[in-house]
Design a protein around this ligand. Sequence first.
Ligand code: HPA
Length: 273
Amino acid sequence: MTQLMAKPVAKAVEFLRQLSPEVPSCAVVLGSGVNVLENLTDSQSVGYQDVFGIAPGVVGHAGSLSLGRVDGRLVAVLRGRFHLYEGYEWEVVTLAARVIAQWGIPNLYLTNAAGGLNQSFKVGDLMLLTGYRDLLNPELKDSGLLPGIKGDPTPCINELTDHLSKVAEKLHTENVGFRNLQKGVYSALLGPSYETLSEIEMLKKLKSDAVGMSTVPELQTVAGTKTKAAAISVITNVWSPDEVMGGHEEVLEAAKEASARLDKLFRAAIISH
Ligand code: HPA
């Protein structure tokens, strides 16, 4: 029912323009447990209800938009998103990305928590998406057709992903303990439950390095607009054939520690772009 109350894109953009006549230089969308860019200078925050006419229901997603500055650059930080697995329509799931594009924000950084499939990944790694697979469609998922999927993942490489990659390399060289940025293909499944072992095998065959339940709709939404997007997965667990997944505490701790590195990466990327 609440979906009917989501604002049209133009109304949400009008609301934001009134809040800030200056268009932010970038927007950052934060996934579950990802906590970066707190304490912006001159910041103001509004709830998603006021911006979009609707607020997300997932625990851990605050549903707020903050506008503030990082070394003079105006940035919009969106904490929380709407997922397909919550039953939201595609229109709602992509609303924030459409508003970002229509407001004219040139750069969009997307983040998510994801499970690692690439066995060289470690818990707490950051993975820059170089491509993605869209396995969100529940009908396709139930059809048994997925193992037959052919073709390559959709590439996700542009000037913004190159920029993040270069900034990360510099941080890695200059800072002890700043791990190399991993790169790979992200597959989005509908969820909400984690993958079965056979799905994991399937995803590996599809050359996926990480798996999650978001981000792909936003990437698809801004493709073809003037907004460039780069996405980073925080690897909170690594699927391994001979090891049970780490406990919840371990995952949360990993996300917290990784957020500190991601914060460094975003701040450096924002001020040098
Ligand atoms: N699978 C799907 N989504 C996730 C995972 C996972 O293993 N870890 C964090 N989000």
